[in-house]
Write a protein that binds this ligand. Structure first.
Ligand code: ADP
Ligand code: MG
Length: 292
């Protein structure tokens, strides 16, 4: 493309809310063959709400929710905000916590009234030696419905499960369809449970799902796709997504995402709309053909 075409292209893109940080980002976008999406906050709104509380035998719903919200009160994760709000909506008062610990990609733990309490996925429970068997079927049922279910453990015992659900962004289905019509392959990359990820991907028509990915492994998944000879774009919003955004041929950040994601990316989607990805590629392809 000519320098003039690129300048015009970057300007037009800005008008539709797509901020290319430089000319090479625009050129690389034209060549994308695969677009990888983070799930939470990118394909979904990133504002989950509490949908279920399931106590283990011998425990009570409010006890489980109160402990879950208490341990998550210091977390910045969108899941935490949903659980804390859910507890407040039921009029529950949070307990004081100490020695809070955030375990990226797994969950959180803290001391509450002399008890070590954990909230997170099956991997965290396994590491803590907590047997999830009694509620595993319930978690699978919730996950297959697209909900994110988390186990609550205390002093080595399973206390219950809490689940949250996040609405799919209304334009996401259309965005995926448009990309497929443009011959672009779509992938979902998430730390969430495989059943949950599959359920959400099915609603969206996404080609491939890579689930239960640790935050530190997201970038490696991108380079594996690149190793298959594909030009890969990554769309994400979280702190966790920054290394993957940097690894991708083009990193695209959701405008409403975290500062780290926005700073790391080559392209910023100001409308926080996944449909902007298809618009960005279309425009970049036109510029490459100099027909702007
Ligand atoms: P994503 O890629 O979807 O943003 P993360 O890697 O942040 O997912 O988290 C993966 C999983 O770890 C979550 O689905 C949840 O089960 C657990 N988890 C992470 N952070 C928290 C938290 N603050 N509270 C409860 N569970 C958490
Ligand atoms: Mg996210």
């Amino acid at each position: 493309a000519t320098p003039t075409a690129i300048t015009v292209g970057v300007g037009r893109a800005a008008k539709i809310g797509v901020l290319f940080k430089n000319a090479s980002a625009l050129e690389a976008t034209a060549g994308l063959q695969t677009v990888v999406f983070d799930k939470t906050g990118t394909l979904t709104e990133g504002r989950p709400t509490l949908t279920a509380v399931v106590p283990a035998e011998g425990h009570l719903e409010n006890e489980v929710l109160q402990l879950a919200a208490s341990v998550d009160q210091s977390s910045q994760h969108p899941l935490a905000a949903a659980i804390v709000q859910g507890a407040k909506d039921r009029g529950l008062k949070l307990a004081e916590i100490s020695d809070f610990d955030s375990l990226p990609g797994e969950g959180v733990q803290a001391n509450i009234e002399g008890r070590r309490v954990q909230l997170g996925n099956a991997r965290l429970m396994t590491r803590m030696g907590i047997e999830v068997g009694p509620l595993a079927a319930e978690v699978e049922r919730l996950a297959k419905d697209g909900q994110t279910a988390m186990y609550l453990g205390g002093n080595g015992q399973l206390l219950g499960v809490v689940a949250v659900s996040d609405r799919i962004r209304t334009s996401a289905v259309q965005a995926i369809q448009t990309l497929h019509a443009m011959n672009v392959q779509t992938v979902m990359l998430t730390g969430d449970n495989a059943h949950t990820a599959d359920a959400v991907a099915r609603q969206l028509g996404i080609d491939t799902v890579i689930a239960e990915v640790r935050p530190e492994d997201k970038a490696r998944n991108i380079s594996e796709l690149q190793g298959q000879g594909r030009k890969v774009g990554m769309v994400g919003d979280g702190v966790n997504d920054a290394p993957a955004l940097a690894q991708a041929d083009v990193g695209l950040a959701i405008g409403a995402g975290t500062d780290v994601a926005v700073e790391t990316a080559d392209v910023v989607l100001m409308n926080s709309d996944p449909a902007s990805v298809a618009q960005a590629i279309t425009l970049a392809r036109k510029v490459r053909g100099k027909i702007v």
